[in-house]
Design a protein around this ligand. Structure first.
Ligand SMILES: C[S@@+](CC[C@H](N)C(=O)[O-])C[C@H]1O[C@@H](n2cnc3c(N)ncnc32)[C@H](O)[C@@H]1O
Length: 265
């Protein structure tokens, strides 16, 4: 068997452990990350690395972390959240009913970051609004983690102390998001690479650090889904190192190029 076949076998091991089909992911990206992990371990063939994976049961988790498929954090790229707070919230909260989607939400930190900011923004007026923030992902395990809303100390590093006191309850060494914040949040399975039959349409859709990992041929359908799920005039926010396909540039107005925020025309 040639070494390329071992690369495919390693992807199968990842698919089985993640419960996600790795065919959606950008193979070049995966190859770069796996090779980099192999270099770190002093291994120079996929065959040898596959054998190492089989011998060391924790390695598959090390690899998943290394590939960063699920990596997320609270207030990731804080300046984007500052921009949303100052410039997007005043627009979307002109309406009393607001729906927001975090597509590819992983373990939920982006969803709760937005929820806390909404509490800050609306303050006592929050009860005058009907708000729903949906977190969608293909990773059911990540969604399960997200729905518990319980985070380890090391996951809390980006959050202001004031926010931690106000929006979390400390339980032993962990932090649980308060029920009032959870009340406006819900999580569900969502595969952005297949046609989405979500009847909801959203005022703002965040899809950050998802398409960067996705194989070129699935990107088109992802953007079609994102476009469809947005209200006219709704806001799309992608990751800071991602870009909008050229063919969509006339369907979206640029709101902040720096923060990758667009508005559906
Ligand atoms: C790196 S995380 C990004 C999390 C968060 N949006 C952020 O920026 O911190 C990427 C997430 O996208 C999810 N994902 C990948 N392909 C997807 C798909 N086809 N549909 C929905 N989610 C997907 C992964 O499961 C993972 O949880």
């Amino acid at each position: 068997m040639n070494d390329e076949n071992y690369f495919k076998i390693i992807l199968n091991v990842l698919s089985r452990n993640l419960g996600i089909n790795m065919q959606y992911y950008d193979k070049k990206y995966l190859k770069r990350r796996i090779t980099s992990r192999m270099n770190y371990l002093g291994i120079d063939s996929f065959e040898e690395y596959y054998k190492y994976l089989v011998r060391n049961s924790s390695e598959v988790y090390e690899l998943i972390n290394f590939i960063a498929i699920n990596y997320t954090e609270f207030f990731r790229d804080k300046e984007v959240f500052d921009y949303i707070y100052k410039n997007i919230f005043p627009m979307i909260f002109k309406n009393k009913e607001v729906k927001i989607l975090s597509a590819g939400c992983s373990t939920g930190q982006e969803v709760y970051s937005i929820a806390m900011l909404i509490y800050e923004y609306l303050d006592k007026d929050i009860n005058k609004y009907t708000i729903l923030i949906v977190g969608g992902d293909i990773d059911r395990e990540a969604l399960n983690y997200a729905s518990h809303g319980i985070y380890r100390e090391d996951e809390m590093k980006n959050i202001d102390d004031r926010f931690i006191k106000k929006y979390f309850i400390k339980i032993n060494s962990k932090y649980k998001i308060r029920d009032e914040v959870k009340r406006i949040v819900s999580f569900k399975y969502m595969d952005l690479t297949s046609e989405i039959k979500d009847s909801e349409i959203y005022d703002m859709v965040l899809c950050r650090n998802v398409i960067i990992y996705i194989d070129q041929k699935y990107k088109k359908i992802i953007f079609e889904n994102l476009y469809k799920m947005l209200k006219d005039g709704g806001y799309l926010i992608i990751g800071k190192s991602e870009s909008l396909p050229i063919n969509l540039k006339d369907k979206f107005e640029v709101i902040s190029l720096e923060n990758k925020i667009y508005r559906k025309r």
